[in-house]
Design a protein around this ligand. Structure first.
Ligand code: PLP
Length: 378
């Protein structure tokens, strides 16, 4: 339907959420985080990333993440530029020794598998795929030295619990793409060697940065591959990123605003009780969203198994009598944005982010707005 034919439906202001941003990334930035940038205008913004003000910001990010995730002794927080997508290439150079296994169950997890497949210095990866809306389980194999898991597949709204694969060799690494899960879903650090993410989702910041929580085994793997003489471009060299991170720096210039917003969100979570606070908010949002979908005739959760329904990104199918794309457009015209589904999934669906920054009561308000739009369309 062309936009000029869009029904002119005005949602009553009393129904509207306090904040209308429900996108899965970039996602809602809290007003307080934004305001902290104003104060930073007379502080670290616009100053050298090799001097104390920016370095102490990086230091707060690194130590705060250690506290938030309760990282065991010896784990390190490493960061660099390029986002989660850059980290996939970093992993093919610096973390996969010969063969990786990938659980492929959506757009993001399949892209990492493709990156490993394309790397001529690695054996062909072992790719375990499952249909959209589900996730495969890892299978321990003796030749696999790197298991690539995804805590939350943002494209489909499927989450999976993070466990080391049963029977995996002690030398094998478990790496988790946590870009949309970090801060929103609980995780036990003893179950991973690398937990990496970009901060524009659960950390309510902006894009461009990657952060990786790394176990001593992962750090040792980086050194081992480096010593083997494999060519690694400096920008993707995790040993260089490690050296810089230990000095609270990045290899090249970071976006200081991204750091400031991420630190504000991290410290907001820590001040309110840590991971149980942030995951608790996501749990309540998910209860509101899926509870509504299950009790509504025209909507239903896309993911069949309740324990695989993501608490950070919800996907809701609509019955054929309601055109979800039209609903999303009308919501957008009313200032409620980014509820469109992942484009390549091609379903009659809305996708709704429930990251820690998003108020659970705003998820409830959103469902009331959807009900209003649907009944006005009928
Ligand atoms: C958004 C996302 C990415 C890509 O992040 P970029 O910072 O854009 O590279 C990767 N993996 C998952 C699970 C994501 O949600």
């Amino acid at each position: 339907m062309p936009d000029n034919a869009l029904p002119d439906i005005k949602i009553p202001p009393a129904l509207l959420p306090g904040d209308g941003r429900f996108g899965s990334g970039p996602s809602k930035v809290r007003q307080a985080a934004f305001s902290s940038l104003m104060a930073a205008a007379r502080g670290p913004l616009g100053t050298s990333h090799r001097q104390k003000p920016v370095k102490s910001l990086v230091g707060r990010l690194r130590s705060g993440l250690g506290t938030l995730f309760n990282l065991p002794e010896g784990y390190e927080v490493v960061l660099g530029n390029g986002g989660a997508t850059a980290f996939w290439d970093i992993a093919t150079f610096c973390l996969i020794e010969k063969q990786s296994q990938h659980l492929s169950f959506g757009e993001f997890s399949s892209k990492f598998a493709a990156a490993a497949q394309a790397a001529p210095w690695l054996s062909d990866p072992d790719i375990l795929a499952s249909p959209p809306g589900t996730h495969p389980q890892p299978i321990a194999r003796k030749d696999v030295d790197f298991y690539a898991l995804t805590h939350n597949e943002t494209s489909t709204g499927v989450m999976m619990e993070i466990h080391r694969p049963d029977g995996a060799g002690t030398g094998a690494l478990v790496a988790v793409d946590a870009t949309s899960a970090a801060a929103g879903l609980a995780v036990d650090p003893s179950q991973f060697d690398v937990y990496y993410f970009a901060p524009q989702k659960g950390f309510g910041s902006d894009g461009g940065l990657w952060v990786a929580l790394m176990s001593p085994a992962a750090v040792a793997r980086v050194a081992h591959i480096k010593e083997s003489g494999r060519f690694v471009p400096a920008f993707l060299d995790l040993s260089i990123a490690l050296d810089n991170s230990r000095l609270d720096q990045t290899y090249n210039t970071p976006a200081v605003t991204t750091l400031l917003l991420a630190v504000n969100q991290l410290e907001w979570i820590l001040e309110n009780g840590g991971l149980s606070f942030s995951t608790g908010r996501c749990d309540r949002s998910a209860e509101n969203l899926y509870g509504w979908a299950e009790s509504t005739g025209y909507a239903s959760p896309f993911v069949e198994k309740p324990d695989e329904r993501s608490h950070v990104v919800g996907t809701i199918d609509f019955s054929p009598s309601v055109d979800a794309a039209t609903v999303a457009k009308i919501l957008r015209a009313n200032g409620v944005v980014d509820t469109e589904p992942y484009r390549k999934l091609g379903r009659n669906q809305l996708r709704i982010a429930m990251f820690p920054a998003i108020e659970p009561s705003d998820i409830e308000a959103l469902t009331a707005c959807i009900d209003h739009v649907v009944s006005a369309l009928a």
